[in-house]
Unconditional design. Structure first.
Length: 535
């Protein structure tokens, strides 16, 4: 940079500073005006507060553990319905903040209607929230399908009569006169009912109320933007909820309702799963009870026919020789029947879209992986059903994938069943070999052993199903909610806005620099312009 250019810049800065000093009164006037405006703004602006809450996820299955009957240990390892996997805190927090959950909260609290009281020709407006003297209700289908914002202006007179205007996009589309409350009005969008609330008598008449009526979906999107629901860390079970609002009491109701909606959705899912599982188990119990009763009757008739009294003493030698083989046969046939139970559940059209309440990890690793993927796909599909933003084509695609997975599982069960039948055939061949070596045992005793073995199999399956039914019933009547409240909604002491620091900074920037400089350069220009016009 040359010496002349440097000197020129210094002269420009000097000229600018002298101009500011010459017009110092502009800075004083601007600062005073901005301070006055800032004080007025702080006085009339209603403070916005931050309301926080904290909850913890509980393990719903942790209080119910699988029983351990000695005769059914292998059965429990095969089906393990009481097992509990870990919870994904990130997924659960996203569910709580999702559109579907927020929409239900909006619907439960009627947040699709916003009431505002106007005073002094509409200059002063007061948000009424849930304390409006007049409330609007409609058919549930209207806020479910409405895609516009309706504005009801309710002007209540001293004699309790009222004039109502309906506006759409600032244009009046209907005028109504109400003599008494409650009153129904017919609009192009359907029938609405205006009624008095418990706060009506406390309002001084006349008064004017403006009610903004829109859809649940629209308000759900607004509240999703206002609320923050997030987890502390992935290896924790804590979820933090935050919302900024002018009315702390009303904001606390919103956060409590968010928690209640999550718990209610969980209870609905748990009840559906419990009902379907109980119905399936009850149906299987009827079949097993019938089979067990038939076996008991066959043993009783067999004893009477052959005049047998102490069968155990007669076949002691047989049990000693065949103890190990019979144990293997009982185990194999029990497993075979359990595979049939799982196959019936998966192959049933009634349970086509039901979560598989069984764990088959001990039977075959590939089948366990298929079950887990199938259940995950079903959970995703059920969430999509409740999410209005998911298209029908996406749901149809998900249904096709789920059906393909179900067919793969059915085929896997068929293959495992075939393998089990081969194992049973090998065990029975061994049994025939032993029978040929101990052929001196009377045929009556051998028939009794077969009947006794069938009875033991049916008893094992029966005890297992009874135990599972009791476990499902315990879970169904559990009073433990999914969320445990750690911190009830509370208000942070310092308001979020207006912030004194931000207001002071704006006063300094605009009052101390922007407005005075603009006045210094614009006022002479305006004066010259006016002089030229006079000439």
């Amino acid at each position: 940079m040359s010496r002349e250019e440097n000197t020129s810049e210094k002269e420009q800065v000097k000229t600018f500073l002298l101009l500011c000093l010459k017009n110092w009164h502009y800075f004083v006037i601007s600062i005073i005006i901005c301070i006055v405006l800032a004080v007025i703004y702080v006085k009339i602006k209603k403070p916005v507060w931050e309301i926080d809450a904290r909850v913890s996820l509980t393990d719903d299955d942790s209080f119910v553990k699988s029983g351990s009957l000695s005769s059914s240990k292998s059965v429990m390892s095969a089906l393990g319905m009481g097992s509990s996997g870990g919870q994904n805190i990130e997924d659960e927090s996203k569910k709580m903040a999702s559109h579907g959950f927020t929409r239900r909260m909006v619907k439960n609290l009627d947040l699709n209607i916003n009431y505002v009281q106007s005073k002094v020709w509409g200059i002063i407006r007061k948000q009424l929230y849930d304390q409006s003297p007049v409330i609007i209700s409609s058919d549930p289908a209207i806020p479910d399908t409405l895609n516009v914002l309706l504005e009801f202006i309710i002007d209540v007179k001293k004699d309790d009569a009222a004039d109502v205007k309906l506006k759409l996009y600032k244009e009046t589309i209907g005028k109504y006169t109400i003599n008494t409350f409650p009153a129904e009005i017919e609009t192009p969008f359907g029938k609405f009912t205006l009624s008095k609330s418990t706060f009506y008598d406390g309002f001084e008449k006349p008064f004017k109320i403006k009610a903004l009526f829109t859809s649940y979906d629209f308000m759900a999107q607004l509240y999703m933007a206002q609320m923050t629901i997030d987890f502390e860390k992935k290896n924790s079970d804590l979820i933090n909820l935050t919302i900024n609002h002018e009315n702390p009491a009303f904001a606390k109701r919103i956060l409590r309702e968010v928690i209640n909606v999550y718990d209610s959705k969980w209870n609905e899912y748990k009840d559906i799963l419990s009902d379907k599982t109980s119905a399936f188990i009850d149906d299987r119990l009827k079949t097993v009870e019938s089979d067990l009763g038939n076996v008991d009757s066959d043993i009783e008739n067999f004893k009477d026919k052959n005049k047998l009294t102490d069968i155990k003493a007669d076949v002691t030698f047989y049990f000693e020789v065949n103890a190990k083989l019979q144990s293997q046969l009982v185990e194999a046939e029990t497993q075979s029947k359990l595979i049939d139970i799982i196959y019936d559940f998966v192959n049933s059209d009634e349970h086509k879209n039901s979560l598989i309440p069984f764990s088959t990890t001990t039977l075959d690793p590939s089948l366990a992986e298929a079950v887990n993927k199938y259940n995950d796909a079903l959970l995703t599909r059920n969430d999509w059903v409740n999410n209005s933003s998911i298209t029908s084509s996406a749901l149809q695609s998900a249904d096709k994938q789920i059906e393909a997975q179900r067919q793969n599982m059915v085929q896997s069960l068929v293959n495992i069943k075939k393998g089990m039948q081969i194992t049973l055939a090998e065990l029975r061949d061994k049994e025939k070999g032993i029978d040929s070596r101990i052929g001196n045992i009377p045929s009556v005793e051998r028939q009794y052993v077969n009947l006794k073995r069938e009875q033991e199999i049916q008893q094992t399956v029966y005890l297992f199903l009874v135990e599972k039914r009791e476990e499902v019933m315990l879970k169904a009547v559990s009073l433990m909610p999914k969320l445990r409240v750690i911190d009830e909604p509370y208000t942070i002491n310092t308001p979020v806005s207006p912030s004194p620091k931000k207001v002071a900074l704006l006063v300094l920037v605009f009052g101390g620099f922007f407005f005075p400089i603009a006045a210094i350069y614009s006022i002479p220009f305006i004066r010259n312009y006016l002089r030229n016009r006079k000439k």
